[in-house]
Design a protein around this ligand. Sequence first.
Ligand SMILES: *[C@@H]1O[C@H](CO)[C@@H](O)[C@H](O)[C@H]1NC(C)=O
Length: 457
Amino acid sequence: MRLPSTLAALAWLGGFQALLVNAIQTISAVGSKFFYEDGTQYFLKGIAYQLIPEDPLVDTAQCKRDFSRMAELGTNAIRVYHVDPNANHDGCMEALAAVGIYLFVDLDTFDTWINQDEPQWTHSQFDRYKAVLDEFQKYNNTAGVFVGNEVINTKEGSAAAPYVLAAAHDIKSYRNGKGYRNIPVGYSAADIAELRPMLQNYLACSPNSADRLDFFSLNAYEWCGSSSYETSGYKELQSLANDYPVPIFFSETGCNVARPRTFEDQAAIFGPEMSNTWSGSIIYEWIQEANDYGLVKYGPPSGASSAKILVQDGFARQGEPIPVDPDFHNLKAQWARLRPTGVALSDYIKSTSSIEPASCPTSTPGGWTVDSHQPLPTLQQAASDMAGVRPNSGFGRGPDSGSRPGHLAARVTSVALSNYHASRAVNSASSGTRAFDRLAGGSLFLCMSIGALTLWL
Ligand SMILES: *[C@@H]1O[C@H](CO)[C@@H](O)[C@H](O)[C@H]1NC(C)=O
């Protein structure tokens, strides 16, 4: 007779333990900063994580191997570019939560991203964005979502900005309508000198918060090797972000031109010049692949034979993570000594009522082309239908606009074309590569999936 109650007690204890394991505070955007529920400020020490193109958050065993290494590194955020909203993510999200790591996830994918050359915001794009939000809103450690990654990737691309903002507006309103938690909705921008600070300001200048991003982030590879706050360009980035009304952070950083990587920019981002404005950074990237940004490579998981490891493009994408040294330990050492405390929410909240929206940029012929006072495009409205906003299809097809440091062009040539997510992440310097990606994205994805299957020996 005692057995059932013992079992019940064990089950109850098990459930309780699972609850404890899962308990992680949510992150909110307040004013220009992120906060934990307990009112301490949250700074991202993040890593870009995309082992395979379709979704790296479905293989729980792999997640556990990776995330315990990430915890050792001092990581508290990952960025994932592509997920499958129909897959089950419980195992990986719990493995993240267990080590205090938050997820920033892109809502778009290979066939739903907003295209700078023919910008539109359609029902099928919106449906896909909703599906990803529906799936990930249930996890307390989902800290933010991106409505786009480098949608605008040349200085001629500003006419696509209203579509990015329309996507943010609609997904925020969907989030609120569903009664979901206020998961911050942001955008991950390419670092285009000619559009600074217009793009950043446009996305946060409406007096109505429904028409602003909840955060802005920048993919910036300006700081290479032993540079400085003054000479790297970070001082300029800081001066343009000083009074930014919503959180801002680096959604990709970690130039790899100077070897080994020392991640000295982290000291500036988390130091006195920038940490009052910036909420940290995401280092590109976890896995070592053709673009040579990896912090780990993979060996066979203990107890398994190497024949079982998934290989694509000649790189193992599964197994036991092995630090790429000294880079891994350099980053670990940087993060270990950089511990900004920021401000307590209880103090900060007193000043948030004085925060003003950014000032809306004015349109200039041949430069920033968007009239900030035009209403946002509605669903299904194509650029050609929009009065006052010129479609952009004639632009952006030439060689690199020259707005990016020269090393980026070199970097792009070393990116395997089949390495789709990575090339999207780093190829802003080359519209030629981008154009290829756009044409080939869908079929490439199919080829890669087939390739992955055949390589799964
Ligand atoms: C998620 O957070 C909410 C409130 O912040 C809390 O009530 C809930 O228990 C949390 N869920 C888990 C699984 O920790």
